[in-house]
Design a protein around this ligand. Sequence first.
Ligand code: SF4
Length: 84
Amino acid sequence: MPIVFGPPPSGVIAVLLWLALVYGLLQLVRGTNRGLRRVRRFHAIPCTRCRYFTGETVLKCPVNPKAALTEQAIGCTDFVGEVD
Ligand code: SF4
């Protein structure tokens, strides 16, 4: 005699749907926080406000060419702010 499974009770489906919804919302919040942290980190790069920044694609900074516009430039000791 074959075993026949009936549809799961609606209470179980409701709990699973709520769990899926809560999980999705948590993932959304985590992703948003991660994105905001990344944006804050990139805004800490001072090169575009530095006097040595050339804006050229070939040589962005003659003082620290490898560090310019990268996370290595955060806290750059050669940073000199623009004079107004
Ligand atoms: S000196 Fe430092 S802060 Fe200024 S552009 Fe070069 S790497 Fe960026």
